[in-house]
Design a protein around this ligand. Structure first.
Ligand code: CU
Length: 113
């Protein structure tokens, strides 16, 4: 009985060790910061590959005040001329955004899990 228990424990230990040593395929990417430049009354290109946990840095190079405002209300960043602001991505999906002062300024973030 005791001998059986010891053998079982050793077997389990070896299995756990081999699991711990095997390479993991599902590596979680470290959060990144992506920059979206605003210039000449336009949002610049939205970078691909956005993930939950990443940060968007809005950089307003214009001489005008802008905002980066989500249509779903999930963020609203005020951006005076020359300012920068950040939005942390907290959910997956497509999030349309616009500028409150210039409704023709629009874009969308495509965020993966
Ligand atoms: Cu604007």
């Amino acid at each position: 009985m005791a001998r059986f228990s010891i053998a079982l424990a050793a077997g389990t230990g070896a299995m756990l060790l081999s699991l711990a040593l095997s390479p993991t395929r599902a590596t979680v990417a470290a959060p990144k910061t992506h920059t979206i430049v605003i210039d000449k009354l336009k949002f610049g290109p939205v970078p691909p590959g956005l993930h939950v946990g990443d940060t968007i840095q809005w950089l307003n190079k214009d001489l005008f005040r802008h905002t980066a405002t989500a249509r779903d209300g999930s963020f609203n960043v005020d951006l005076p001329a020359g300012a920068r602001g950040v939005t942390k991505l907290t959910k997956a999906g497509t999030i349309a955004f616009f500028c409150r002062y210039h409704p023709g300024m629009t874009g969308q973030l495509v965020v993966s899990k």
